[in-house]
Design a protein around this ligand. Structure first.
Ligand code: PMP
Length: 348
């Protein structure tokens, strides 16, 4: 990996971050706070939250087997994705490389930040070769985006290729593990010590059932996390979110139960979906959704909308012609989907 200083935008490397009242006061117990122009009434929402979310990180660190200083928390993992562009990519000069198809926000953030986004198409098994990503990169490539299990395809990316890329790429490699709780492949968090250029993204939005609270996590070296913390908004994770996440960490056994039952439902749903006349193929999945090629994605999508059932039409996405992406719901929800499609075949 190139030295971090070389990978970071020079203005960010030298940035003197905003120092909030809560940053400056970090001493012994105090009971009178006259430092942040808050209203003394309406406890606890009158006070600014901890800008570094220390209590929450203290609970997350042992579960993820990392140090609290290796954790960035943000307003969804989408915030972490955007911050990575802002920290490392010089607008109009640098570029990033990503697999295609994948999660759409990498490209949107690239475009918002005026950073060239280079796509490398996956093969017909939705896998990539490290060499092809490296061939698409140049001296100004700061980031490579991988997503495993990938969205919208659902599959895990090949470990051998991921490790080869981590070894050979001189910039930072992001592995988005938003769906990793549903997969039996171990998280790449256990590779953080071996690869200083690795950044792992996870989220409370999927297996943890907390999409509404907007809480995403990035894990990396202390140095990389330090840069992200320097440029984030001071109070980027609000108090209600921190409190709810702490409550969830304390009942994490429930998450394991949800995952188990969703995986059972996934097997059943996929098995039944394959029997439907409109289904041409269900692709292998390691996530809480599956990608399926159907006879006519647009017509089936519209028909389901009419029935009040919303799936995701991915027909315009690379390699996904006539594909729908279907999230695993509760058993009655999945049954409603199967029932709606029973006996229906839309000819091409
Ligand atoms: N990464 C992937 C692969 C996703 O599919 C999503 C959400 N659809 C996200 C990140 C964003 O998650 P969050 O809710 O944490 O912003």
């Amino acid at each position: 990996m190139k030295p971090l200083k070389e990978l970071t935008r020079p203005n960010i490397w030298t940035l003197k971050p905003y120092s909030s009242a809560r940053d400056e006061y970090n001493g012994a117990e105090a009971s009178i706070f006259l430092d942040a122009n808050e209203n003394p009434y309406n406890t606890p929402n009158n006070r600014y939250p901890d800008p570094l979310q220390r209590e929450l990180k203290r609970l997350i660190a042992p579960v993820k087997k990392v140090l609290p200083e290796q954790i960035f928390l943000g307003n969804g993992s989408d915030e972490a994705i955007d911050l990575l562009f802002r920290a490392f990519c010089r607008p109009g000069t640098d570029n990033v490389v990503a697999i295609d198809p994948t999660y759409g926000m990498y490209q949107v953030c690239a475009e918002v930040n005026d950073v060239e986004y280079r796509k490398v198409q996956l093969d017909e098994d939705f896998q990539f070769k490290s060499d092809k990503l490296l061939a698409a990169s140049d001296d100004n490539t700061k980031l490579v985006f991988l997503c495993s299990p990938n969205n919208p395809t659902g599959n895990n990316l090949c470990q051998e290729e991921i490790l080869a890329l981590l070894q050979d790429f001189q910039g930072l490699v992001i592995i988005d593990e938003a769906y990793a709780d549903f997969s039996d492949v171990p998280s790449y968090l256990n590779k953080l010590e071996d690869y200083p250029n690795l950044i792992v993204l996870q989220t409370f939005s999927k297996a943890w059932g907390c999409a509404a609270i907007r809480l995403g996590m990035a894990f990396a070296s202390k140095e990389i996390i330090g840069i992200m913390n320097r440029i984030k908004y001071p109070y980027n994770v609000n108090l209600l979110t921190q409190q709810e996440a702490i409550r969830m960490m304390e009942k994490h056994y429930q998450v394991q139960e949800w995952v188990k039952s969703l995986l059972n439902e996934r097997s059943r749903l996929v098995k039944e979906f394959r029997k439907l006349p409109c289904c041409e193929q269900v692709y292998p999945t390691d996530a809480n959704f599956f990608l399926t090629r159907v006879t006519d994605a647009k017509r089936i999508y519209d028909y389901l909308v009419e029935k009040g059932i919303i799936v995701r039409n991915r027909t315009n996405v690379t390699l996904c012609h006539n594909c729908l992406r279907i999230t695993v719901g509760t058993r009655p929800e999945n049954d409603a989907l199967l029932e709606a499609l029973k006996g229906k075949k839309w000819e091409k």
